[in-house]
Write a protein that binds this ligand. Structure first.
Ligand code: FES
Length: 274
């Protein structure tokens, strides 16, 4: 893991994407230059004493020296954050955590399947940006078979809650949608859409990268085992310190208890004891 920095970063924008979801960007080139997909930053949402704890946010996108996060307003911390204005400075720590291992030469695999449930899109857009840099054409039928391929599956409760579809498409990705109520795309869980996809494509050289609610990730782990496809999953645990000190985020793995904020948040799905 590289050096972890704490710094004051200028807030560039903090704008509503839809409903209770916002995009926030800060100027933080020292962190932006070294952050890897799957890593996160800890943000002190207020300069005052309240709320005291920092909040963790996945790196959603990097543009030059700017780091963008995607967040949902659902409690006091994110409510305070949503009030912050451009030109203010935010105290941030990062990059934190391990990140995805996505280099094709590292995995030896070509087909990259990104599976997001709800807010799980947050780290996967950054991964898609980096895959694009690796010249990843998507599953549009035009790719040379020897090249890296990528496909994005997004799950949401309803069509209104689908996040980042355009972002992935703008990166050249083919996107497939699953909604619980069938209001868009496949009706059912995104893990079931994954099963459908895997049964129609040659998945011998696939890697799955997933982020979302724990039950979804558990199912992805089961599917990846059944199809014998390696899966890297990014766990979303409640984090207090975010830097490995409080042990408040441990998960049980085949290697013993591990900290989501330090040894994770990305784990091989097969290593987690659910
Ligand atoms: Fe404190 Fe992970 S949040 S050890």
């Amino acid at each position: 893991m590289g050096k972890i920095l704490q710094l004051k970063a200028k807030l560039i924008y903090n704008k509503r994407v839809s409903g209770r979801y916002l995009h926030l960007a800060v100027e933080a080139p020292k962190i932006a230059n070294v952050a890897k997909p799957g890593q996160f930053i800890e943000v002190r949402v207020s300069d005052g004493l309240e709320p005291f704890l920092r909040r963790p946010f996945s790196v959603h996108s990097i543009r030059g020296g700017q780091i963008e996060i995607l967040y949902e307003v659902f409690g006091r911390g994110t409510e305070v954050l949503s009030q912050r204005k451009p030109e203010e400075s935010l105290d941030i720590i990062g990059p934190l955590g391990n990140g995805f291992d996505y280099k094709p030469q590292a995995t030896g695999h070509r087909l990259q399947v990104l599976v997001a449930g709800g807010m799980g899109v947050a780290p996967l857009t950054f991964l898609a940006e980096r895959l694009k840099k690796l010249q990843a054409p998507c599953l549009s039928g035009r790719q040379a078979s020897s090249k890296l391929q990528a496909l994005v599956l997004i799950g949401a409760k309803t069509k209104k809650e689908i996040l980042c579809e355009k972002e992935f498409q703008n990166l050249g990705c083919e996107v497939k949608i699953a909604t619980d109520d069938g209001s868009r795309g496949f009706k059912g869980y995104v893990s079931n859409l994954l099963i459908k996809v895997l049964s129609t494509v040659d998945c011998r050289q696939s890697t799955i990268y997933a982020c979302g609610p724990k039950p979804m990730l558990k199912e992805i782990a089961r599917v990846s085992k059944k199809y014998n496809i390696p899966a890297q999953i990014s766990l979303e645990e409640h984090m207090a310190c975010g830097i490995g000190a409080c042990l408040g985020c441990v998960v049980n793995t085949k290697n013993g208890y591990q900290r989501v904020c330090k040894e994770g948040p990305v784990f091989d799905a097969e290593k987690i004891i659910w």
